[in-house]
Design a protein around this ligand. Structure first.
Ligand SMILES: [Zn+2]
Length: 343
C-alpha cells in the first residue's frame, strides 16, 4: 500500500498537557510517528513523501482566521506575556460568549477548546506536514481510485471549523474528504473508528448533505469529547440523517465493535457515497492507555477487511492510538486486512 508520511511530524513534540486538572506527560508523543513509520516500513509498504499543497485546501474545512491564528500564534506570543515557551489558553470562549477579540489572550481561548494543544515554535510546521500527508493520500486515491494510508501526526478529528482540541489542530480527515470530493465529485463518507467521537469532523460537516459522517466510539457520557457523540445527533437542518453516532459501552469487544462498523458501512451505502475516508484511530485497542474498548490486533485486521469490502476509493487517515507495545502491530494488522480484501 502507498503510505504517505513526513518527518516534519516530529517538529511538534509536546511533553505535557493538563488532564483532569493535573499536569501530566503528553500522550500524543512525537515517538508515535517513529513507531508507526517503522511498523509500516518493516511490513513492506511503499513509503512516500507528501507534496506541499499550501494552506488553501485547509480553508475548505476551517475558517481563514483559524488557519491564520495557527500560523501566527507563536510569533505573537509576546503579546500574551514576554518569554513564553508555548502558547496555551487561560480563558475559553463559551458557546454563549462568542465575540472575536483583538488581543492574543482572548484569541488563544477562542481557537483552543482545551489544554491539550500547547503550540510551540515549530508546531504549525508539523500541523502543515500532517495536512499535506492527508492531501497527498487523497490525491493518490483520486488518481487511481484505489486506496492509500496517510500517517498523519498530529492527529485531526477533534479539530473543528475554528478550534483545536484533543491533541488536534487541523482536521486531516476532513481536509482529505474535501479533497477527494473536489477531485472525484459525488458524495464522500468519513467513517471514524477512533475510540473517541470525531466531534470536529461532525461539526465541520453537520449541515453538509454531500459529506456523510459516521463515528464508532466509546460512550462520551464519561469520556472525551463529552459534549458531542450521542446517538440523537443525526445531522443539521440541511443534512438531516447524514450523521451517525454509535457510542459503545466501555469495555466492548471485537464483536460489538465490528457490528457497529458494519452499521456505519450500511449507512454510507444507503447514502450512495462514491468515496471514503477512514479516520483510523488505533486507541480502541485493548492495550491502549485510554483503556476504553477491548479491540484485539485480529480485530483491527478484520476491521480493515470489512472497510475494504465497501469497494470504494479510500483514504485511510491516522488519528489517535497511543504508545503501547502493540501500537505498530495494530496498524500493520489493519493495513494487511485492507490489502487482503482488495486483492
Ligand atoms: Zn482517540
Amino acid at each position: 500500500m502507498k503510505v504517505f508520511h513526513s518527518e516534519d511530524s516530529l517538529l511538534h513534540a509536546p511533553d505535557f498537557y493538563f488532564r483532569r486538572g493535573r499536569r501530566i506527560e503528553h500522550l500524543e508523543r512525537a515517538e508515535r510517528y517513529e513507531v508507526l513509520h517503522r511498523a509500516a516500513k518493516t511490513a513492506g509498504h511503499e513509503m512516500l513523501a507528501p507534496a506541499d499543497f499550501g494552506t488553501a485546501p485547509l480553508q475548505r474545512v476551517h475558517s481563514k482566521r483559524h488557519i491564520e491564528f495557527l500560523a501566527t500564534a507563536w510569533a505573537r506570543r509576546d503579546e500574551i506575556e514576554p518569554g513564553l515557551d508555548y502558547v496555551l489558553p487561560s480563558h475559553f470562549a463559551r458557546a454563549e460568549m462568542h465575540r472575536y477579540p483583538d488581543g492574543m489572550i482572548g484569541r488563544v481561548g477562542f481557537h483552543m477548546a482545551d489544554l491539550s494543544t500547547p503550540l510551540y515554535q515549530h508546531s504549525f510546521d508539523a500541523v502543515r506536514a500532517s495536512a499535506n500527508v492527508a492531501l497527498s493520500t487523497a490525491e493518490a486515491v483520486a488518481a487511481d481510485r484505489g486506496h492509500a494510508y496517510g500517517l498523519c501526526r498530529p492527529p485531526g478529528h477533534h479539530a473543528s471549523t475554528e478550534s483545536t482540541g484533543g491533541f488536534c489542530f487541523v482536521n486531516n480527515a476532513a481536509v482529505a474528504a474535501a479533497h477527494l470530493q473536489a477531485k472525484l465529485g459525488g458524495k464522500v463518507a468519513i467513517i471514524d473508528i477512533d475510540v473517541h467521537h470525531g466531534n470536529g469532523t461532525q461539526i465541520i460537516f453537520y449541515d453538509n448533505p454531500e459529506v456523510i459522517t459516521a463515528s464508532v466510539h466509546a460512550d462520551p457520557a464519561t469520556f472525551m469529547p463529552y459534549y458531542l457523540g450521542y446517538g440523537d445527533e443525526t445531522g443539521g437542518q440541511a443534512a438531516e440523517g447524514c450523521n451517525l453516532n454509535l457510542p459503545l459501552t466501555h469495555g466492548s469487544d471485537d464483536a460489538v465493535w465490528h457490528k457497529a462498523i458494519e452499521r456505519t458501512m450500511r449507512f454510507c451505502a444507503d447514502h450512495g457515497v462514491s468515496s471514503l475516508v477512514v479516520a483510523l484511530g488505533l486507541d480502541a485497542s485493548e492495550h491502549d492507555p485510554n483503556g476504553a474498548l477491548g479491540v484485539t490486533t485480529q480485530g483491527f485486521r478484520k476491521a480493515g477487511q470489512m472497510l475494504a469490502g465497501a469497494g470504494l476509493p479510500t483514504a485511510i487517515i491516522q488519528e489517535g492510538g497511543y504508545l503501547s507495545e502493540i501500537l505498530g502491530e495494530n496498524l500493520v494488522a489493519f493495513l494487511a486486512g485492507f490489502d487482503e480484501a482488495r486483492r
